[in-house]
Structures are given as structure tokens and as C-alpha cells.
Design a protein around this ligand. Sequence first.
Ligand SMILES: CC(C)(COP(=O)(O)OP(=O)(O)OC[C@H]1O[C@@H](n2cnc3c(N)ncnc32)[C@H](O)[C@@H]1OP(=O)(O)O)[C@@H](O)C(=O)NCCC(=O)NCCS
Length: 194
Amino acid sequence: MKVEPLVLPVFAQPVELHTKRCVLRPWKDSDLAPWCEMNADAEVRRHFPSVCTEEQARGEAQRCRDAIAQRGWGMWALEVPGVFPFAGFVGLAVPHYDAPWIPAVEIGWRLPRAAWGQGFATEAAQAALEFGFARLGLNQIVAIAVPSNAASLRVMTRLGMVRDEAGDFDHPRVEAGHPLRRHVLFRTRAVHGA
Ligand SMILES: CC(C)(COP(=O)(O)OP(=O)(O)OC[C@H]1O[C@@H](n2cnc3c(N)ncnc32)[C@H](O)[C@@H]1OP(=O)(O)O)[C@@H](O)C(=O)NCCC(=O)NCCS
């Protein structure tokens, strides 16, 4: 079956989102060092197949920056003014690998350990969801995680996302047989006419 790609709005200027405590903003060069440090932390990468080398981390940051430069939105750098000049990323991505739930827009988050346990991921993700529904006109947004990533699953639940029990899938970018290959899928839908 041929699946049509999503047609998504492009903003001429990079979008910045503000919440009570957080700013989701385009990346700065000064974010790169703490980003690389965070992705070399085995605890942050506990639910990923490996930590990242500096080259890999810089590559991922560049892809985030390129997406925001091209469309105005994406995986934003998270800042908590007065607390954390850079606290990882939160935002929306358009995955291009092969999975049964694609095409879809995915919400994601990755914060350094010092920023955990304070509600920043959920608060920032709520703003990203609202942006996705109100300004991108999406009908639904998905999130994925390995089943053992309880903290991430709690973020999804706090956001009102619901597990699609039929949506479990093997992540094509994780090698066959790897214990972190199996993923669960959560969805949330726009409420129109509220
Ligand atoms: C996933 C991840 C972002 C979750 O971070 P988190 O700090 O647990 O989530 P939040 O920022 O929403 O914080 C919520 C927690 O802070 C607590 N909290 C403390 N003060 C709070 C406040 N003022 N407001 C809201 N929550 C507060 C909440 O009770 C909650 O704790 P709980 O989940 O134990 O009940 C983080 O664990 C992470 O970056 N992990 C590594 C990368 C990763 O796995 N990414 C996801 C891949 S799928």
C-alpha cells in the first residue's frame, strides 16, 4: 500500500514556544558542549542501545537545527531561564524510517539528569503538543519508547497520551535481537471544536 507523506506547514521564521518556566527555542552553538556531555551519560542513554560519541551527538544536533531552519519547528533546545541555559531537547519530529505507524509526527524529549524530576519535560512537551494541534493542524501526535523507560511513559501519560495496544513494533534502527528493539506506541488526538 502506498502511504502519502504528511503535508506540514512551514514557518518563515523559527518558532519559539514559552511556558510558565520553559522556553523551547532554536539551538545555539553554546548548546553543543552540554548536549554532547548529556549524550555521553550512560544514565541518560540507559534506554538507548549505546551512548553517543561527540560526532554522533553533534550530528543529531545538526539534524535538529536543520529541521528548524527548514520548517521553523522541530526538536527545540529546551531552556529554563535562570535555572538551565540548556536542558536538552523537547519537540516534534517527522521520522523517516519504516514503521507501521508512519507517516506521523512524533513528540520526544531528552533532558540532562540535573533537569529530571521537576516537571520540565512534561511542561515543555505540553506546549509542543499544543503547537502541533493548533498551528500545524495535526489530528494526532504519537510518542514511542521502550517498555522499560518508565519515566518517559509517565510523561506520555501525564500528557494524556494513550497506549495503542496494537501499536507495539520493532524499531528498524535497532539491530535485530537487541533487547531494546521492541517499542510501544502512544497516541494523542486533537480535540476539535472544544
Ligand atoms: C524521559 C525524561 C525526559 C523524563 O524526565 P522527568 O523528569 O521524569 O519528567 P518531567 O520533567 O515531566 O518531571 C516529572 C517528574 O517530576 C516531578 N516533579 C517535581 N516537581 C515538579 C513540579 N514542580 N512540577 C511538575 N512535576 C514535578 C513529578 O512528580 C514527576 O515525577 P514522577 O514521574 O516520578 O512522578 C527523562 O527521564 C530523560 O531525559 N531520560 C533520558 C532520555 C530518554 O529516555 N528520553 C525518552 C526516550 S523515549
